[in-house]
Design a binder for this molecule. Structure first.
Ligand code: ADP
Ligand code: MG
Ligand code: ZN
Length: 559
């Protein structure tokens, strides 16, 4: 048995050795348990899937490890590095991520170093020498650029490999390989060179991505077709998901966000906005409300971004008001809330952005402010990305739902069985009878007919044009006059969620406008006079997540 294992360990990782029980017993169990206890204390346990991943990579397999953010991916390559001879090369996309990890490891007494664009030339020379001579060096972090453009670095790795000391290659945030992901980095595509140069060195790719197309793509690019794949559930049971109706006025919205934050007793959090301008405006409003916060967006220079990030990580700033440019590098375990000022462009994106909360496993809140108009705003930003419309539509459906468990919605989206929520979402916490279903067919019929009557050759209108025309009495029907702008917007939203309207972009030299248009299905139903639309409305006031959790405990059984 032992011989066979050794043989497997030595054999090329692309050949498929017999499948092992990755949760079973292995020769190195003892060392692994010891290493875990040394790093995390005697009572520490492996998190779901960590042991399996570690066993497979120690067995010499190529591994694809899919674990949600906070799942503990780093440990999956750090532990093997600690208990084995040789050096583990870790590719990571961001300098800040690398610095954090190396600082932490060195703090724990682990021999880890990094070679990045920030490393002074002198030090690079020294490090290169150390890589060659220091047999105790365990982890070497580098950015993909190093592999792709520094010939000397590759040369060192080849030498290391020839001497049998390149133990493993870990590619962190491996979704950066894929164009379908959100963080595509061209240099990641060129990492194919690693498998070509070092075909016998086990490669482990790690990511929180849960989409199939991205996984396939990164397997192709990294050339690990025959890898063992481990996927732990996307569900994040400690996150409390909530959607709140978004006020139309900016000041009301800022006040609502400030009151969410006030409930957090000074804990750290993130507010995500759509644009740079919004981050600045919201930050001013929050500061006026006495909240310590700073902004983060792509137009800031790297130094000030780093400063803000640092003081937030250190707890000197409570809140970062950011665009999604504030992303991958966030390694802070105790983020207690992520508030979305506007919807994300897809469920994947929302899952990742909101998932920066609660990496420590403690309760954290993910609050999304939503109104239908935001779907159109988001559309004008993402409309050049392939496949944007169905993704956006699904996100809008998540946001508009008032009675579907949000954990289940997300897990089903990622093709998993519905997650057990244990009242960690607003929908599950609503008292019975608080959701009323309203028949809005008449209004929907008139609104679609009004849209169809628009004079432009392609019969389309912006949301404002449509609602204004209908409410001014110039459209079809009379019901528009008696409805508020907000109510009209919601009916138009329902038409969109039901697939009766679609979005169409209009490009001018200055802007991209989102237009509403009847979909083929909408046209058919309108012509046949068979248009029926129902709307679920929350009758009672919205609860804050904290109140909801308390309330839930008090009134057990009302979910
Ligand atoms: P990921 O990269 O999957 O998002 P990390 O590797 O950064 O997650 O881990 C998140 C946090 O969980 C870190 O603070 C890490 O130290 C901690 N952690 C990971 N695994 C364990 C474990 N088995 N026991 C205790 N803490 C762990
Ligand atoms: Mg990570
Ligand atoms: Zn739920």
């Amino acid at each position: 048995q032992k011989e066979r294992e050794q043989l497997q360990y030595l054999c090329s990782t692309n050949e498929r050795a017999p499948k092992a029980d990755w949760a079973g017993k292995f020769d190195w169990d003892h060392y692994l348990n010891k290493a875990l206890a040394e790093q995390y204390g005697l009572t520490a346990r492996f998190r779901p899937m960590q042991r399996e991943v570690i066993n497979a990579t120690l067995q010499g397999r190529d591994v694809l490890c899919l674990m949600p953010s906070g799942g503990g991916k780093s440990l999956c390559y750090q532990m093997p590095a600690l208990i084995r001879e040789g050096l583990t090369l870790v590719i990571s996309p961001l300098l800040s991520l690398i610095q954090d990890q190396v600082d932490r490891l060195q703090g724990q007494g682990v021999a880890a170093v990094a070679v990045t664009s920030l490393t002074p030339k002198e030090e690079v020379n020294q490090l290169y020498k150390q890589i060659e001579t220091d047999k105790h060096l365990k982890l070497l972090y580098a950015t993909p650029e190093r592999i792709v453009s520094a010939k000397r670095f590759m040369g060192k790795l080849e030498k290391l490999h020839k001497s049998g000391r390149l133990a493993r290659i870990a590619i962190d945030e491996a979704h950066c390989c894929s164009q379908w992901g959100n963080d595509f980095r061209p240099d990641y595509r060129k990492l194919a060179v690693l498998k070509q140069q070092f075909p016998t060195v086990p490669l482990i790719a790690l990511t929180a991505t849960a989409t199939e197309d991205v996984c396939q793509d990164l397997k192709d690019i990294l050339q690990i077709e025959g890898c063992e794949r481990f996927k732990s559930s996307v569900n994040r049971p400690n996150l409390f998901y909530q959607v709140r109706p978004k006020p139309a006025s900016n000041s009301d919205l800022s006040a609502a966000i400030a009151s969410c934050i006030a409930e957090e007793d000074g804990a750290s959090g993130i507010v995500y906005c759509l644009t740079r301008k919004e981050t600045e405006q919201v930050a001013v409003d929050l500061q006026a409300a006495g909240i310590s916060c700073g902004t983060y967006h792509a137009d800031m220079d790297p130094a000030s971004r780093m400063d803000i990030h640092k003081s937030w990580t250190a707890g000197q700033l409570q809140v970062i008001v950011a665009t999604v440019a504030f992303g991958m590098g966030i390694d802070k375990p105790d983020v207690r809330f992520v508030i979305h000022h506007s919807m994300s462009k897809s469920i994947e994106n929302y899952y990742q952005e909101s998932g920066r909360a609660g990496r420590d496993g403690q309760l954290a809140r993910c609050i999304l402010f939503y109104r239908f108009a935001d779907a159109l705003r988001q559309a004008s930003i993402v409309s050049l990305e392939p496949g944007w419309q169905p993704r956006l539509m699904k996100m809008a459906c998540y946001a508009a739902a008032v009675s579907t468990c949000r954990h289940s919605f997300i897990s089903r989206h990622f093709a998993e069985a519905p997650a057990a929520c244990s009242s960690h979402c607003d929908c599950c916490c609503r008292p019975a009878g608080s959701v009323i279903t309203k028949d809005v067919s008449t209004a929907a019929q008139d609104l679609t007919a009004t849209l169809d009557s628009f004079p432009s050759s392609d019969r389309r209108a912006t949301l404002n044009q449509l609602v204004d025309r209908w409410r001014s009495g110039k459209g079809v029907g009379i019901s528009g006059k008696s409805m508020s702008k907000d109510e009209c917007e919601q009916v138009v939203g329902s038409l969109f969620y039901d697939g009766l309207l679609s979005l169409e972009m209009g490009y001018t030299a200055y802007a991209t406008n989102s237009y509403l248009k009847l979909s083929p299905k909408g046209s058919r139903l309108l012509q046949g006079n068979r248009l029926q639309v129902r709307q679920d409305i929350v009758a009672s006031e919205h609860h804050s997540p904290r109140k909801s959790v308390k309330r839930r405990k008090k009134e057990a059984g009302d979910c």
